[in-house]
Design a protein around this ligand. Sequence first.
Ligand SMILES: [Zn+2]
Length: 618
Amino acid sequence: MARFSMILMVAVALAAFGTGELRAQEDAPPPAEAAADVPAEAPAEAEVAAEAPVEAEAATDVPAEPPAPVLGKNWRGQGHYLSWIKVLACWVAFLMWVYTTDWVSRDCLEIRLNYLRWNPVVFGVFLGFFVLVWWIPWFWLSYPLLMIALIAPLTSYIIYRNSQVMNNERVLTPEHIRFWLSVHLGKIGIKIESQRIDPLSKGPPVQLEAKGGEDERTDRANTLLARQSEGLLPAREILHDALSNRASALMLDYAQQAVGIRFMIDAVWHEREALERDYADPALETLKILCGLNVQDRQGRQQGTFTAEYQSINYDGTLASQGTKTGERVLLQWVDKKIRFDTLDELGMRDKMQEELQELINLRKGFVLLSAMPAAGLRTTADVVIHHTDRFTREFVAVEEESNRYEEIENCQVMTYNAGEGQSPASIFPKVFRFAPDVIICRDLVDGESVDMLCEEITEERLAISTVRAKDSAEALLRVLALDANPQQFAETISAATSQRLIRKLCEACKEAYAPTPQVLAQLGIPEGRVQAFYRPPQQPEEVCEECGGIGYVGRTAVFELLKVGDMVRKVLPTGPNLDVLRQAARKDGMRSLQEEGILLVAKGVTSLPELMRVLKQ
Ligand SMILES: [Zn+2]
């Protein structure tokens, strides 16, 4: 759009230029407003001008020409003022200007220069001269001036941009011209030798850039430095290997002889084939340059950030390095590609449990506690659960700490407290309760006072939703009591607690069925004959599976546990029970444990028994 309007303006200006020359020859003063008016009043005419400047000249000319010429067959013949060569020359200048202005604006974006500064320079100077040369009656003077107006700003831009990029990215240098000729003449069969190779077009499709420097300028300088360094290719290869294997982190252990390398895939470390020092040392140097760290220091603790682009996704990475007894350890991590979950189904909750939970959160009164261990997806689950509540007929308020805000939820008012000033949810609860909300979301229960106030409020018709870090739902209840909350009141109020574990899913492409022994089935409490086969990663694969890279697992799902508080739990909670006692009470209230829920997934072939054992041990 911008380009189009630009072309339009130029076309009009060009038409005016031609007219100006004519008028000068006729010794008539040029009607400046006529030209200026055209774009606003007659866009159609301007479009015509873009295609045929000659006619536009006439068109622009006509209204101001006293007396009006007869637009007949011979109208061109009257003045003998139109020189096709001159019009063509203007047209060429115009096209060059459009092309170069467009190139500058794209080039600025590409190499991250300030296009807001450079665009007006290349655009404005030429345009200014257009107006100026309008007054000059001599074409041999006005045209060279116009060309200068085109070339001078462009040259200054090229000189500046060439100083900001690395050698092989410079334009109009002898090597660049040679490279350009070799590419274009190569197409018609003429061969020209060119030394120039683009280091970024070689190697794997991962691009690295500096980040986290003091300012953009520093980052740009660090990126250039890294691109000129020897380790760029190995650094990109290592990261490509990690990213294409779905890793979210990689660890490098520099030792005397070699460099150990591990990938974190679906939260599990996988050992890779060790790297040679000759290969991995320059790679680390490049990565440290990108992060703006001290390349020489291989002992002290250093940390920095960089970005990697792979398959059109930008990954924000961190690098932490620290000297060890045998060398140096380096940890690279990046934020995983965000997968958005919208339903409990997508999270892996089974249908029956979804119904039960849905029912609980739609009650007018109650206290639902969601729990998980750190990094086990609690925030995501809480978001999905809250999105499932009916927020259109009920009044919602969320209580959050100012520096720890959660994703915004439609139709839910947020009220904040400031922990830095010694506040807790309890500090703003009186204000919150005055609104008489139907549902109060307070994800961070930080003290007993807040819990007590919340429980007291729930004796009215209110629903509270909270989260807590715990291994299972029984422990979640104890964690709340450990905040020094009133156990009696809490026991009377709490309606349910959930817990979850993230578990790796077997690769559908290569998973292998096997018959579990009767002993294993008995141990798991599965009646004989109920399950025909369990699944596991292939034991002796003939070739590496393309889907999972030979790991046997792809992606993760969650195992959920739902404790609906019943009489047994209500009875033992105020007595200060230990975890085992509380778990037993929960089972008597009808809860299926995480282990039992996990076995359902094993029986369905979603995951394997060893994987379940692994996550339950956490
Ligand atoms: Zn596989």
